[in-house]
Design a protein around this ligand. Structure first.
Ligand code: SAH
Length: 272
């Protein structure tokens, strides 16, 4: 009887240890893999406040796409003890370059678009992110827009998902750093609650990188023009819709290559 009890106790104990261990791994993985990209930020204070919001929640990588005024002491003033995040922040000329290696790009926007992008809540976005992290993916970007105009349609076109924070219709647009806070918090919550096993990779081939999909989209556009599918002067929303199709499909590296091969074969035949 005592033996059974001891056995149960040891099992329970190792379960507890295991859960903590996995949790810690996922939180570490989130820290290494997830970066927040701020596009065209006008006010340096918002960059600083965003850095603080991130660090509070264990997200350390910040990228700035052509910030208006950075570095600036106002950013450091608002960052308080998160100035290391600002010091390590990398600056890019455009969003395409910043997310070119990413496996998952999540855009945040208060606005609905004419051609809607697959929309998720902050919590659902966090679940996607943590799931990928737990499978060992290394490169995940969450993108935030300008204070005055948000993200352009072109920039949203690099994203796989659109996160909308369900604010009121009357005033749906949050301060940039507060939107950053909400996303960072949901990712943290999800990481803390994560119970699944820590798997390297559930798919047989790694996901395609953002830039690979971008090349696939341009190649597809080329072929569609060559076969005369688009009225080239008047593609209306067709290009956006085909782009959305490629962006929302979780295309892996091999699939991307197969389709590039198919497109090349079509082009070769057309030229004969
Ligand atoms: N009028 C702008 C609002 C920009 S607010 C617009 O057209 O989108 C600055 C940034 O904060 C946005 O680009 C977005 O990244 C984030 N943000 C603000 N409110 C949000 C909301 N309700 N849902 C998702 N992101 C939001």
């Amino acid at each position: 009887k005592n033996k059974v009890f001891l056995h149960r106790f040891l099992n329970r104990f190792s379960d507890l240890l295991n859960t903590n261990f996995r949790e810690e791994l996922v939180l570490k993985k989130i820290e290494e893999s997830v970066r927040f990209v701020l596009v065209g930020t006008t006010h340096p204070g918002n960059i600083g406040a965003s850095a603080r919001a991130m660090k509070n929640m264990g997200i350390r990588k910040m990228e700035l796409v052509s910030p208006k005024d950075f570095p600036n002491e106002k950013a450091f003033y608002r960052a308080k003890s998160a100035s290391d995040i600002l010091e390590e922040a990398t600056i890019y000329p455009d969003l395409g370059t910043s997310v070119s290696e990413a496996k998952l790009v999540i855009g945040t926007s208060a606005r609905n678009r004419k051609v809607p992008w697959p929309k998720v809540s902050p919590k659902e976005a966090a679940q996607e992110i943590v799931k990928l992290c737990s499978q060992g993916e290394e490169n995940i970007a969450v993108v935030f827009g300008r204070e005055d105009r948000g993200l352009t349609n072109k920039e949203l076109g690099f994203c796989n998902l659109h996160v909308h924070i369900p604010a009121t219709d009357e005033y749906a647009s949050l301060n940039l750093s507060q939107a950053v806070q909400i996303l960072a918090y949901e990712i943290r919550l999800c990481g803390l609650k994560f119970q699944g096993s820590y798997e390297r990779q559930e798919w047989d081939v790694p996901l395609a990188k953002n830039a690979e999909i971008e090349r696939l989209i341009s190649h597809f556009d080329e072929v569609m023009q060559e076969v005369g599918f688009y009225e080239v002067d008047n593609p209306r929303q067709l290009l956006t819709r085909t782009r959305r199709f490629f962006r929302r499909s979780k295309i892996d590296h091999l699939e991307a290559n197969i389709f590039r091969g198919i497109f090349a074969a079509i082009q070769k035949k057309l030229k004969k």
